[in-house]
Ligand binder design. Structure first.
Ligand SMILES: Nc1ncnc2c1ncn2[C@@H]1O[C@H](COP(=O)(O)OP(=O)(O)O)[C@@H](O)[C@H]1O
Ligand SMILES: [Mg+2]
Length: 247
């Protein structure tokens, strides 16, 4: 399988804290990779380094054959990356549909301000409805975000990320805060997006869902690589059990 995303020698420091030290991660085209590890392991920092939100001390980042290490975030997004956040951050005064149309406009018109101006354009709205359908919340399209429950907002976050039509979707704890039934359904939705050809990298603590949907696991512990490989084999490694499960 071809490597679509390669992060090598990633070292990140926040003041005196070393969040990541010489971390490597490779992502294969079309796979569903879950990034796991204890709290504070550096998972969010790794994805934020990949999107350019965090500036590393050192990192070599490749998307396909292209070196993206020194590109600003908006250029990385245009090349095919999209990230959802653990804490949902929609525009609260907009409707669900407007939130996704806004994100779709970002892709098309290439600047944030012009994308606001084009908000009424029918093409973005039509596309936005398709993305809402992909995550099963099209029925909420005209509702204001501030009135909707977390389960819908988590799906909205995924729809907004899809709206930039990414090759790789990076998800930071999409299932956090959901009950087990909602978590299972959203994991199914992410799996269906994966089956449509979008490469997935998902940070997630819900291990039963992780094991159910992932092709491969990558484990971080204390800012370092701990293990990677086929899910069951990784979970059986003694160092993973010790660090991650405490057993
Ligand atoms: N913006 C920040 N400023 C200072 N320290 C941070 C910041 N973000 C993360 N850290 C620290 O970096 C380490 C890794 O954090 P994080 O990437 O959020 O871990 P994870 O997502 O695996 O829980 C932790 O020690 C955390 O406290
Ligand atoms: Mg995190």
């Amino acid at each position: 399988m071809t490597t679509i995303l390669l992060a090598e020698s990633v070292t990140v420091k926040f003041g005196g804290v070393t969040a990541l030290e010489d971390v490597h991660m490779d992502v294969k085209q079309g796979e569903f990779l879950s990034l796991i590890g204890p709290n504070g392991a550096g998972k969010t920092t790794l994805l934020n380094t990949i999107t350019g939100v965090v500036t590393p001390v050192n990192a070599s980042l490749k998307l396909g054959n292209k070196d993206i290490s020194n590109l600003p975030t908006h250029k990385r997004i245009r090349l095919g990356l999209a990230l959802t956040h653990q804490i949902v951050r929609p525009f609260k005064s907009m409707t669900i549909l407007e939130n996704v149309a806004f994100a779709a406009g970002f892709k098309k018109v290439r600047k944030i301000i012009p994308s606001l101006i084009t908000l009424n354009r029918s093409l973005e709205k039509k596309k936005a409805i398709e993305f809402l359908e992909m995550v099963d919340i099209a029925q909420y399209q005209d509702q204001e975000v501030s009135k909707l429950p977390l389960g819908v907002l988590k799906r909205l976050e995924v729809a907004r990320a899809l709206a930039v039509e990414p090759q790789i979707l990076l998800l930071d704890e999409p299932l956090a805060g959901l009950n087990s039934q909602e978590a299972g359904k959203l994991a199914d939705t992410v799996k269906s997006i994966s089956k449509q050809g979008v490469t997935i990298v998902m940070i997630e603590h819900n291990l039963s869902e992780v094991l159910r949907v992932s092709d491969r696991l990558h484990v971080l512990d204390n800012g370092r690589n701990l293990a990677q490989g086929e899910p069951k084999a990784v979970m059986n490694q003694p160092e993973v059990r010790a660090a991650y499960l405490g057993i």
